[in-house]
Design a protein around this ligand. Sequence first.
Ligand code: AMP
Length: 125
Amino acid sequence: MPYDYDPQNVFAKILRGEIPNDTVLETAHSLAFNDIGPQAPVHVLVIPKGAYVNWDHFVAAASAEEVGDFAKAIHGVVEAKGLEPGAGGQGYRLIMNAGEAGLQEVPHLHVHILSGRKLGRMLAD
Ligand code: AMP
């Protein structure tokens, strides 16, 4: 089976309410919360509530409603933080790590939203 979801991962525990989180926004199918080890003044993670390992799993298995909700939740955080470049915000960067090459640490799909300072080059090496 290509996508073996580990229900003991830290974000699954957050979704079950077993460990706390600093919620930024919640929708029907998604949750956004502050990263515990922020890499920039704004560092928010957005996760789907469903049990998806990574983006590939999500696209293959999630409903159109969940995919749409996830996209809107990401935009909702951008809007809530006033980051939209077209609306006078300073902009942001989205990062989604997957697998070994991407150095994904938590095996539950999440997108990082980073902003609040100049983020520098996209890749350090
Ligand atoms: P990744 O390397 O893309 O899997 O990123 C995992 C992210 O999850 C890291 O930026 C961690 O700081 C963050 N993280 C781990 N545990 C927690 C937690 N309990 N609450 C919020 N963020 C967390």
